[in-house]
Ligand binder design. Sequence first.
Ligand SMILES: Cc1cc2nc3c(=O)[nH]c(=O)nc-3n(C[C@H](O)[C@H](O)[C@H](O)COP(=O)(O)OP(=O)(O)OC[C@H]3O[C@@H](n4cnc5c(N)ncnc54)[C@H](O)[C@@H]3O)c2cc1C
Length: 560
Amino acid sequence: MTSDSSPTPLAASASRPRHAFPTLTTQQVSRIGAHGRRRQTASGEVLVEAGDRQVPCFVVVSGELEVVQLSGATETLIVRHQPGQFSGEGSMITGRPALAQVRVSKPGEVIHLDREQLLRIIQTDAELSEILMRAFILRRVELIARDLGDVVVIGSTHSPGTLRVKEFLTRSGHPFHYLDLDRDRDAQDMLDRFNVGVADTPVVICRGQAVMRNPSNSQIADCLGFNEEIDQRRVGDIVIVGAGPAGLAAAVYGASEGLDVIVFESNVPGGQAGSSSRIENYLGFPTGISGLELTGRAHAQALKFGAHIMVARGATRLACDGQRYTVETEKGVRIAARAVIIATGVEYRRPALDNLTTFEGAGVYYAATPMEAQLCAGEEVAIVGGGNSAGQAAVFLASTARRVHMLVRGSGLAETMSRYLVRRIEENPAIVLRTSTQIVALEGDGQLTRVGWRDDRTGEVETHDIRHLFLMTGAVPNTRWLDGCLALDDKGFVKTGPDLSSDELAQAAWPLARQPYLLETSRPRIFAVGDVRGGNVKRVASAVGEGAIAIALVHQVLRQ
Ligand SMILES: Cc1cc2nc3c(=O)[nH]c(=O)nc-3n(C[C@H](O)[C@H](O)[C@H](O)COP(=O)(O)OP(=O)(O)OC[C@H]3O[C@@H](n4cnc5c(N)ncnc54)[C@H](O)[C@@H]3O)c2cc1C
């Protein structure tokens, strides 16, 4: 076995090593000791193997531990833990499999904490919680920055699946190494080694073993062990469907207040907010925060309090006839719950363009994150839409793109966009605002190369060499899966509380003497929160607030 000493170990390279690799005081170690079990260690003993689930955390009392990543015959030293230091990174919070091996480099003594014991410390000891959570998150950030993961993605910017897979892994906070077939000669060698044709891209090599050809997000989640097994016989207090800001807030408040919470998310936690480049109007972040960072923290917070979050597991049906509600998900999982919170948000409306699907992910995008920005650096881009998300995307992309054309159907932005964004757009010379303009044509061979738009005032159509088009044209609610269970408004949003008419309640056979509570739907104990709810205000803050309110109401209905 060779030892690859070239990359700098994390402890030496982390920008904030004091926080990522803190040394606990004697008093802190003894507080941890009260929860765990002391044990002796022997030189060379493997305490955690890469891929292990429910990984324990080890606090070094004496001796030394080293964390290494093994790839074939090559070992990469990630870090060494000295007395007072502790093992573990982000997967300690998520409960996902370990990314690296932990072994004893100098014999001595450790405190062994299993995940439940660790979570108990995090939930009850504020000082240790801050030290441990911060260290785990910073270590994961560093692993991502250095591609020190167990996944290789081989793809091409011209294959729509590649962007999807990269986005799924990035938004899941999972480190991966990307090989671009268009730029990297090694990538083709790799494909040949695994006997895979270019047509099968993107190829995902999971843990150096499973080779998956254009896998679905759910297949990737299974291979990487993102989801724990859940006992389908149990009846949870609440099932939350959707892990955008509203669902995550409900999970944080529900789990922290002692409720048994399961969340099903069809993609990755974060929702629309997770795709926002910078949220500047959310209370408490005066300089703004990226959507990924905000929702990543919320995800960690929900897990810290013990919520179970299943990713790439969309709800496909709500069985609402009986006394007990059951949510059915992809892969046939069925979970019964005493209360259900619908937080499935919205998805972008697709303009009626004949060949739109051909270019989705190959020049047509629905989000403007750093990943898309990288693809169009130095080029011209077009954005369709006049709302806040289009405005944010324009300002964000203008920092890297050569020119941003903003196509807006209306005669201006004032009525649809926040004032601060309108001003930034007006003052940015890289943004060209085209009002009364509609997108009418897409051209290209597999990859978008030209875009046509029409000026509605003159009827004139112009075509431009533009390879990147961002569609941000309003949204439709994700309510199809509810299949007649709940009363919806004429646009498909879920009706709640005082918005439900007596006719609608009679039609739904509302069985109680009381009227539905504020966020309660036409069925008792089923609530709807955030963007999926009729009359919502499409803001992160309101989605979070509704998630919190729904939990207060769940307590109330469960007591009745
Ligand atoms: C680019 C962009 C920028 C934005 N910027 C701002 C901003 O600066 N400030 C602001 O206040 N607001 C902003 N918004 C709006 C804000 O993000 C939304 O109002 C907020 O995310 C709504 O939260 P939600 O949880 O209700 O729904 P969503 O964020 O839509 O989340 C719903 C979740 O449910 C999941 N889901 C859908 N169907 C299913 C199913 N069947 N089973 C399981 N899961 C399912 C989805 O995958 C998604 O993760 C922005 C939106 C976008 C798109």
